[in-house]
Design a protein around this ligand. Structure first.
Ligand code: PFF
Length: 454
């Protein structure tokens, strides 16, 4: 073991951990994926189902990942091995690490687009948005340097370590993100005609809800909270014993949900005010919104602000994806953090190349490759790693914590630092959810994703 537990890095403060973990959770998932999923699935009705999923499935599961991480003080592979040595369960940790590499490989590509779009309003004002977007993402000479730049930004944050890199930057970036979001929200809700968007977003139409909507909401909730691939095990492993996991985890879920809700408030009023379609799917942020910005007063500036905030949100998430993999190499091999960061970051860039070329850069990767009903390399990667692998990881990890490690041990870990707050009925309720409700519901999503229902 290269780094003995005693020397393991730790967060400098509770605020630092909460901002870093919320930074991991808040990302493209909240600002890009959540609004378009809500837009496609009936607005407010989807939002309500999403909130129920967060409260009853994701929150109990989040505590399990945090408890496992802090108890073992290890990366996902080490954490599992610390509890069951040399069993096939360690493979679940391996799945987490692989998922980290693969999600980062295409997430970094999309983050690079967001970064490039900061400048769009200045270099290509009033160009037809959908054409601009298709030619932008197909242009290898633009997309590859942006992807490389985003990976370098991610590498340079993780390079600094837990407290001096990840925590320090989270403390700087997260307040900026919030402030910029408020700027855009105020602009959006004060546009004439914004009310229809608010109505769509806030008035539920329950006739829109069916099984697929529920499964979509649950899948989105897991992705959004960075669950199912050990990110919270890893971030939890840097927490000291005095920390109250319930309170800190609760804040993380609250911030993540709050930002997703605010993202809807930022996007729908503007989309309706400018007469655009809210159910445009993945194109909402890159096509519909730029149209909206082009048409509104101060639009170029607000557009730039929007894509700066999207890039910041993405960066604090790519940092956590890289950290999961780096922590594995630092704990389990003789590599130093600095070596691991460069090697893993560079390798992930190579793995991401086909995704970067799959939007028109290469016809083979764009149109000729299909799997699981998805066409194009990036979409296939998102389906396999962002949907399937996360659901499988969450299923296996919840079974591991509840049934192999045991809820009694997990409860004891959660009670440390909790000042008596975690006792009595709360413990029974949590135990019941983790043992029965979470695995069952996650198994249903996994089955549904695997069968292609969602
Ligand atoms: N939670 C991130 C988002 O909503 O964009 C995505 C993500 C980050 C998923 C880190 C998983 C992860 F480990």
């Amino acid at each position: 073991m290269a780094t003995p537990t005693a020397e393991r890095e730790q967060w400098g403060s509770r605020l630092g951990f909460v901002l870093a973990a919320a930074g991991s959770a808040i990302g493209l998932g909240n600002i890009w994926r959540f609004p378009f999923k809500a837009g496609e699935n009936g607005g407010a009705a989807f939002v309500i189902i999403y909130l129920i999923c967060i409260a009853f499935i994701c929150l109990p599961y989040l505590f399990a990942e945090l408890a496992l991480g802090r108890n073992s003080q290890k990366n996902p592979v080490g954490a599992i091995a610390a509890i069951r040595k040399k069993t096939p369960w360690t493979l679940v940790g391996g799945l987490c690490v692989l998922t980290g590499v693969f999600i980062l490989s295409y997430y970094g590509v999309v983050a690079g687009w967001a970064f490039g779009y900061i400048f769009k309003g200045f270099v290509a004002p009033a160009v037809e948005s959908s054409e601009y977007f298709s030619s932008f993402i197909a242009d290898t000479a633009v997309v590859l340097p942006l992807f490389a730049l985003f990976m370098l930004l991610t590498i340079s944050v993780v390079y600094g370590g837990v407290e001096k890199g990840i925590e320090r930057w989270a403390k700087v970036l997260m307040p900026i993100l919030l402030t910029l979001m408020f700027v855009v929200i105020i602009r959006a809700v004060t546009l004439p005609g914004a009310g229809a968007g608010l109505d769509f977003y806030l008035n539920p139409d329950f006739s829109k809800i069916d099984g697929t909507v529920v499964l979509e909401a649950l899948g989105q909730a897991f992705f959004s909270l960075s669950l199912g691939m050990g990110a919270m095990i890893t971030y939890g492993s840097y927490l000291p014993k005095r920390e109250n996991l319930l309170v800190s985890g609760g804040y993380v879920a609250l911030f993540d949900t709050g930002i997703a809700l605010l993202a809807g408030l930022m996007i729908f009023p503007a989309v309706f005010a400018m007469g655009q379609d809210p159910s445009e799917g993945a194109a909402l942020v890159f096509v519909v919104l730029p149209n909206v910005f082009d048409a509104m007063p101060l639009g170029t500036l607000i557009g730039a602000v929007f894509f700066i905030l999207l890039s910041i949100a993405a960066l604090t998430s790519t940092v956590s994806l890289l950290e999961v993999v780096v922590s594995y190499f630092v704990d389990e091999t003789t590599w130093s953090r600095k070596q691991s960061v460069w090697l893993v970051g560079g390798f992930t860039f190579l793995v991401g190349l086909p995704s970067a070329l799959s939007q028109g850069g290469s016809d083979l990767l764009t149109n000729q490759i299909s799997l699981f009903g998805q066409t194009g390399f990036l979409n296939i990667m998102d389906y396999i790693w962002g949907n399937l692998a996360l659901a499988l990881g969450a299923l296996l990890l919840s079974i591991f914590v509840a049934w192999v490690w045991g809820t009694r041990q997990a409860v004891e870990e959660l009670q440390i630092g909790a000042d008596g707050m975690f006792s009595g009925t709360l413990v029974s309720v949590w135990t019941f959810f983790l043992k029965f409700v979470c695995p069952l519901v996650i198994a249903i999503i996994f089955g549904a994703i695997a069968l292609g229902v969602i």
